[in-house]
Design a protein around this ligand. Structure first.
Ligand SMILES: Cc1cc2nc3c(=O)[nH]c(=O)nc-3n(C[C@H](O)[C@H](O)[C@H](O)COP(=O)(O)OP(=O)(O)OC[C@H]3O[C@@H](n4cnc5c(N)ncnc54)[C@H](O)[C@@H]3O)c2cc1C
Length: 398
């Protein structure tokens, strides 16, 4: 049960974002007696999960995806659905008695004039002072749509995967899905099963495809076991594993990747978990094609020079962190816009400013952000306790 000792008095720790990352940090802080206030821009917790497509299930196991202090119920099954995930996040906030303010978007963070705390600016002209700040605004924050030349002249429907819900509107249509990450691969399969007339999948870099589980052993567990091993070793093992588990679909336009599995993870691309893509490609129901280069006369021009005329283009081209506006001026981001610190670590330039959920590891992001939440809470709690002890001593000495 959370303790009720308040170590932060009038200046709480502000946690920006009420997704799994923010809620996990707030719960871990509360368990250590630190008052945490979650600021969430939408009207409810778990906003990103509410917006995901209907058929989405976690590709990490229920047990390895639970946040600190509350397991997910067995009734959710091994692969948790999107709706169950939303329900879990609501329950999580309630169970831990978290202080959450919804409908408040944080627009700026700066050191306060006395240099002792952080000043947050938020919608509605709010100014809030916190003893520490945890940024948990999401790795998948803003849909990234490539600026394809000629896209504005395309007469078909062009949308980002972030707004795709289900195949209903695309039944009977010729659809091109761009990007063969987990989202693109799953949407392509969803479209096939939902009755799209033709589904093509534009691929720039051939993905590593792994089975979600093999003989009951989930791919995530392998990810956890190998994540600290040397990259070359894991690349080699990954190649052997994929050769055994995944058929060669080169004839169908999906050759084996020529890059190492773990080398790609290190570059930020986690393997695609197979939820039907292999079978769909094998049967010719999803047709891999070259990457999209541009749009011309309402046709899509591919990297191999071919031109195709889909009625719908769904860009599963990822998201950006979009942290620049919030913390870019504090010198805490690298050249790719990612925080230079994580977990309990903070930058010398920005003490007491923490980040949760900005890595995309092979071992599962939910598992990883839960661990970071505990680390952050420990660091903040220890610091708050020291400050309180110091204050008590100085009062006693007077
Ligand atoms: C389609 C998809 C499937 C995934 N499946 C898995 C999986 O199976 N297993 C796994 O481990 N991981 C998975 N992930 C990755 C990751 O676990 C999730 O993205 C997870 O939601 C990350 O939690 P988060 O709290 O860091 O970010 P989010 O869930 O994105 O939450 C961020 C929150 O911050 C709010 N916010 C943003 N900016 C502001 C602001 N300025 N002020 C106030 N509030 C703000 C947003 O409204 C949002 O509620 C998946 C990701 C995606 C996109």
């Amino acid at each position: 049960m959370p303790s009720d000792i308040d170590l932060t008095n009038d200046r709480p720790v502000y946690v920006i974002g009420g997704g799994p990352g923010g809620l996990a940090v707030a719960a871990a802080l509360r368990a250590r007696g630190v008052r945490a206030v979650v600021l969430e821009k939408s009207e409810a917790v778990g906003a990103s999960w509410r917006g995901h497509y209907d058929r989405l299930h976690l590709h990490t196991t229920r047990k390895l995806s639970a946040l600190p202090g509350l397991p997910m119920p067995r009734s959710f099954g091994r692969w948790v659905s999107r709706d169950h995930m939303v329900r879990y996040l609501e329950k999580y906030a309630e169970f831990h008695g978290l202080e959450i303010v919804t409908g408040v978007e944080v627009t700026g963070i700066d050191r306060s004039a006395d240099g002792e705390s952080w000043l947050l600016r938020a919608t509605g002209g709010r100014e809030l002072t916190g003893s520490a700040v945890v940024v948990a605004t999401g790795f998948n924050h803003t849909p990234r749509l490539p600026s394809w030349p000629g896209a504005e002249s395309y007469e078909g429907e062009l949308l980002h995967a972030g707004t795709y819900r289900n195949p209903g509107p695309y039944a009977g249509k010729d659809v091109l899905v761009v990007g063969a990450g987990n989202t693109g691969a799953e949407i392509a399969v969803d479209l096939v099963e939902g009755g799209a007339a033709r589904v093509r999948l534009a691929i720039r870099t051939v993905p590593h495809i792994v089975r979600r589980s093999t003989a009951g052993w989930p791919a995530q567990r392998t990810g956890i076991l190998v994540r600290r091993l040397p990259t070359r070793l894991v690349d080699r093992a990954g190649e052997i594993m994929c050769r055994i588990a995944v058929p060669d679909l080169a004839e169908r336009g999906l050759p084996r990747p020529d890059t190492g599995l773990y080398s790609r993870v290190r570059e930020g691309a986690i393997p695609v978990q197979d939820v039907g893509l292999i079978a769909a490609v094998r049967k010719g129901r999803v047709e891999p094609v070259a990457a999209v280069e541009s749009f011309e006369d309402s046709k899509v021009v591919l990297a191999d020079g071919s031109r195709i005329s889909p009625e719908v283009v769904i860009a599963a081209t990822g998201y950006s962190r979009a942290l620049e506006g919030l913390v870019g001026h504090l010198g805490v981001l690298d050249e790719r816009g990612r925080p230079v610190v994580r977990g309990a670590r903070t930058s010398d330039r920005a003490p007491d400013l923490y980040f949760a959920g900005f890595t995309n590891p092979i071992s599962g992001m939910l598992r990883e952000l839960s661990m970071d939440a505990e680390r952050i809470a420990k660091a903040v709690g220890t610091k708050a306790l020291k400050a309180k002890t110091r204050k008590a001593k100085s009062v006693k000495a007077r």
